[in-house]
Design a protein around this ligand. Structure first.
Ligand code: ADP
Ligand code: ADP
Length: 228
């Protein structure tokens, strides 16, 4: 579903963030992206949803070369994938229900479908009882579950997750992992950048380690491999 060939990224200030990435990821895989701070994990992830373009190389997602997509077609690419950030990025003036419904309103989903779909997804992340709450009335873990619900409401077959447990305590982090696991079990490919050693070591999924912009390790049922 994803193929990168000879991908390099140099930022305008001259920093070489990715230094020749080659990788294939199949539909349905769960991939942990690990490595020290500054290794290039975020740059890798941002290229998948065309937040940034590679300086060189090709990135094929579902048969489409994403670096060649015209600016006006980028929203179409993003509709087919979900993104979850460490800091949630929820809209503070909208309720939980409205934050998720918003993602359906922008694609002009008929109103009668919106309510059913939002309530179904809130059921999946176990937050139906918080539908009328605002983000600042929720715990960090609840906010992250809302962000996940919003990311998957359009049934993307690829979910990109950047440090989803970075600001959460261990129990809450495991709640988030259970939700992500359930989503992956339903067939969604997940790529997750993380520094959470306990989670990576326990889950025994594919682990791709990046250091100084290069893939230095790629193991099925891998471990975190760092001490922090
Ligand atoms: P990670 O997510 O693994 O911490 P990043 O992809 O954020 O790594 O960063 C890789 C390298 O690129 C680092 O040296 C970082 O300072 C640099 N970098 C990241 N974003 C930018 C940017 N917008 N402009 C310039 N340099 C950047
Ligand atoms: P069910 O009948 O499946 O229990 P409800 O219609 O009672 O579903 O709604 C479940 C939750 O979703 C309630 O907390 C409700 O406040 C919220 N909700 C439903 N529709 C909306 C809406 N249009 N805007 C905001 N919240 C809504």
């Amino acid at each position: 579903m994803i193929e990168m060939h000879g991908v390099y990224k140099t930022y305008p200030n001259g920093v070489l963030a990715l230094n020749g990435i080659d990788i294939k990821i199949k539909q349905g895989e769960f991939v942990y992206l690990v490595g020290p701070s500054g290794a290039g994990k975020s740059s890798f992830i941002k290229m998948l949803y065309r937040e940034i373009k590679p300086s060189k190389g090709t990135i094929i997602i579902k048969g489409v070369d994403v670096s060649k997509i015209k600016e006006k077609n980028v929203p179409l690419l993003r509709r087919g994938l979900g993104v979850v950030f460490q800091d949630f990025k929820l809209l503070s003036k909208l309720t939980v229900y409205e934050n998720i419904a918003f993602a359906l309103e922008v694609i002009e989903e008929p109103k009668r479908n919106i309510k059913r779909r939002v309530l179904d997804i809130l059921d999946l992340v176990k937050l139906k009882h918080k539908a009328r709450f605002y983000p600042n009335e929720l715990s960090g873990g609840e906010q992250q579950r809302v962000a996940i619900a919003r990311a998957i409401i359009n049934h993307p077959n690829l979910l990109i997750v950047d440090e989803p447990t970075g600001n959460l305590d261990p129990d809450t982090s495991w709640e988030i992992m259970n939700v992500l696991n359930e989503i992956n079990n339903r067939g969604t490919t997940i790529i997750m950048a993380t520094h959470n050693k306990e989670i990576v070591d326990t889950m025994k999924k594919r682990v791709v380690a990046i250091e100084k912009g290069k893939i230095v390790r790629d193991e099925q049922k891998g471990g975190y491999g760092y001490e922090d």
